[in-house]
Design a protein around this ligand. Structure first.
Ligand code: NAI
Length: 252
């Protein structure tokens, strides 16, 4: 029970990696707020946790909206009495080059992938600092470190996540707040399947390509969740500002 008594927020908590991490946090003893744009799916994950004997609430929110972030934080503080852990994980991808990307799409990707993390930290850091510290984990991507094709807004946004994480770690380390990014390679979730659709590619072929790496398979959401549990817990007490890569060797 590495997160016994901790109060945690997971954004994008209804999706592949977010759901797996919400379940893993709860299994380690945390109370979990499952935050997602998809209200029904978030409620289902919270119910799954409660059915297994854990503590969870669902909060429907658009994390790119400041009023929504403030509402999420108020709900979690009022229900759980504080916030020790935040997993900023909600994200979207558009598989387009610069030429193909509209300004609106660019802004939406940055709104969900980057501004949301800024907004969450802006409002949660004072709460964590007043309580003596906390752990924030942000979902970057292998493509935030090395780039990738036909995903200009996504690659730029995830690069911003990695470096914003370092900046947050520098600013708030003295307050006892650790901030790290987890950077997955291809993980078997709805997002990966949607990428095949956006690119007009055959799904089976696309997923086979995703397995082309030293460990010869895609990652499973639970394997990202395991890394996030470690970063969230006191087991990683001297780790901050790091970009942890969990990708089956795709970057090597
Ligand atoms: P997913 O599509 O299964 O889950 C994303 C979740 O975020 C969904 O439940 C969606 O409803 C939610 N969401 C989207 N916009 C939102 C908003 N404005 N406010 C609140 N919630 C919102 O995708 P997956 O794969 O679980 O992605 C999670 C994170 O992992 C994302 O940040 C993604 O960029 C990142 N990632 C995923 C990889 C993969 O191969 N699946 C690889 C590298 C990074």
């Amino acid at each position: 029970m590495r997160l016994e008594g901790k109060k945690a927020i997971v954004t994008g908590g209804a999706g592949g990696i977010g759901r797996a991490t919400s379940l893993a946090f709860a299994a380690e003893g945390a109370s979990v707020a499952v935050v997602d744009l998809n209200a029904d799916a978030a409620a289902a994950v919270a119910e799954e946790i409660r059915a297994a004997g854990g503590t969870a609430i669902a909060v429907a929110a658009d994390v790119s909206s400041e009023p929504d972030i403030e509402r999420v934080i108020a709900a979690v503080v009022s229900q759980f009495g504080g916030i020790d852990v935040v997993f900023n994980n909600a994200g979207i991808i558009r598989r387009t080059t610069a030429v193909e990307t509209s300004v609106e799409e660019w802004d939406r990707v940055f709104g969900v992938n980057v501004r949301a993390i800024f907004l969450m930290c802006k409002h949660v850091v004072p709460i964590m600092a007043a309580a003596g510290g906390g752990s924030i984990v942000n979902t970057g991507s292998g493509w935030g470190l090395k780039g990738g094709g036909q995903a200009i807004s996504y690659c730029a946004s995830k690069g911003a996540v990695v470096n914003m994480t370092r900046a947050l770690a520098i600013d708030h380390g003295p307050q006892g707040i650790r901030v790290n990014s987890v950077n997955p390679g291809d993980v078997d979730t709805g997002m990966l399947r949607d990428e095949a659709r956006q690119l007009g590619q055959d799904q089976a072929g696309f997923l086979a390509e995703a397995a082309d790496r030293p460990l010869q398979r895609m990652g499973q959401p639970s394997e990202i969740a395991a890394a996030v549990v470690w970063l969230a817990s006191d087991d990683s007490s001297y780790v901050t500002g790091s970009a942890l890569v969990v990708d089956g060797g795709g970057i090597a």
